[in-house]
Design a protein. Structure first.
Length: 477
């Protein structure tokens, strides 16, 4: 048995990883259910969708408890505690059900609903724990939970990038004109029934941002008290700072300056900050992925680096790939915000549409050119990692995964060009169009994260050595 997993510290790691992980899964289900609901025309279709979503949300609670019961030494306690975390964090999203008709008014039903929803989350978690306990085996090594919350936070950030992509794809970044409030309501008390259309897209993006912010704060505190490596602790606090900065950038992109006014004439929306916000968000994702790798059990359990003649070349290629992908992020953001000048007319930049269109076309041409170069480098990195290090499992898997992502991204890029070529205010994009462009964006973020992981693992598992002195990479390295 993995006795370390039975310690109180490991239990706390499991509680946070399962509690936040269940929350992220539930938010993803709720978001996409609401997104699809707005495109369903029949009442029967809406009812089926809502019923399916409700079943899936309940299943998430039970699945989290099941995981705790099956995989932790203190199964039922861990399941109950994880359910409590999920119930409390979910209040960020469901508090809007308590919002009254006037800003910041709370309905009396909140007195019963708030504790009731949290108790329901605990009860469902315990139910799952009871089911999972039937399959618990003391002799089975339980998962190492220390890096679980870091991985969950990275996944939540990836989901946030997708949610933000839908905001940009539908051109609804200014659907809500004030910040941090939403139409003068406290962000967390904005009535759910008012979350429709563009307001839903923009407000949901803010709520997901708050979830990532809370998860990153808890992650930084957890890392501070459980991590011995000073550099990793510093990286966790850096992650929190950049998440906070990203949130502020997102707000100032809407208002242009710090103001609580909800009057459009008091705000100065910034396309430049929109571009910075989009690019910086993917860099934040890269930081959180790096932290998840460094906090993982696999990283701690890996042996010393193995001497390999090509390790120096691989590291150079990996660094070049990360740099090229960062450049691509900037160019991609320019394309999304400046191509086809008619798209940016609502931002108040219509005075010089010809120049804006020229910027967009220039960015698009350069974006495609760099994409070809980045693809070639990515293929070289992937082939080398997969072909030269077959017996270094993590590098071989990352290499083959990178090749698959490159192929997917090329296909999405071609599709994105096809669906955005005729964008205009009179030809609004549909759900499929936005799904394609957002998919292209998030796969680009995944490529950056993959390149970061390859760079880290290439330093962890192999080291440069003269060909004569380097031993052959042993099997099962």
């Amino acid at each position: 048995m993995n006795h370390a997993s039975a310690t109180p510290s490991a239990d706390r790691g499991a509680v946070l990883a399962i509690g936040f992980g269940t929350t992220v899964a539930m938010w993803g289900i709720a978001y996409f259910s609401r997104l699809f609901e707005q495109s369903v025309n029949s009442r029967a279709g809406v009812l089926v969708l809502l019923f399916t979503a409700a079943i899936l949300l309940i299943a998430c609670h039970v699945a989290g408890g099941y995981l705790a019961g099956r995989c932790t030494a203190r199964g039922l306690r861990t399941a109950a505690a994880a359910g409590l975390v999920t119930g409390l964090v979910n209040l960020l999203a469901v508090a809007g059900a308590f919002g009254g008709e006037r800003p910041n008014e709370i309905r009396p039903i909140a007195i019963a609903f708030i504790p009731g929803s949290v108790l329901a989350a605990v009860a469902l978690g315990v139910l799952g724990g009871l089911l999972g306990r039937r399959h618990y085996r003391p002799d089975r090594p339980t998962p190492p939970w220390a890096g679980g919350l870091a991985a969950v936070t990275a996944v939540a950030t990836f989901l946030l990038l997708g949610v933000g992509g839908f905001v940009t794809g539908y051109d609804e970044g200014l659907a809500v004109v004030d910040w941090p409030n939403t139409e003068t309501y406290n962000m967390f008390l904005y009535p759910l029934e008012r979350m429709t259309g563009g307001v839903f897209l923009e407000h949901a993006h803010r709520l997901f941002g708050s979830l990532v912010g809370l998860a990153t704060l808890v992650l930084a505190l957890q890392t501070q008290f459980t991590e011995r490596r000073g550099g990793v602790r510093a990286l966790a606090w850096l992650a929190l700072l950049v998440v906070i900065a990203q949130g502020i950038l997102g707000g100032l992109r809407v208002t242009g300056h710090f103001t609580l006014s909800a009057q459009p004439e008091d705000t100065t929306p910034s396309v430049l900050l929109a571009i910075v916000h989009g690019v910086f968000g993917q860099c934040v994702f890269g930081v959180l992925v790096a932290l998840a790798v460094l906090r993982s059990h696999a990283w701690a359990a890996a042996g010393p680096p193995i001497a390999a003649p090509g390790a120096g070349t691989d590291r150079a290629f990996n660094r070049a790939l990360v740099l090229l992908l960062l450049v691509q992020l900037v160019l991609g953001a320019l394309v999304r915000h400046f191509s086809w000048a008619l798209q940016v007319l609502p931002y108040g930049l219509a005075a010089r549409p010809e120049q804006l269109q020229a910027v967009g076309q220039w960015a698009l041409t350069l974006h495609i050119t760099i994409a070809v170069l980045a693809s070639l480098v990515a293929v070289a990195v992937g082939v080398r990692a997969w072909g030269l290090y077959q017996n270094v499992t993590v590098l071989a898997r990352l290499g083959s995964g990178l090749l698959g992502l490159v192929g997917l991204q090329i296909g999405l890029g071609i599709a994105a060009l096809a669906v955005t070529g005729d964008d205009s205010p009179a030809n609004k994009p549909g759900l499929l169009d936005v799904a394609i462009t957002t998919g292209h964006q998030v796969v680009g973020a995944a490529l950056l994260a993959w390149a970061v992981m390859l760079l880290l693992w290439s330093h962890r598992r192999v080291a440069p050595a003269p060909p004569a002195a380097a031993a052959t990479v042993p099997a099962h390295a």
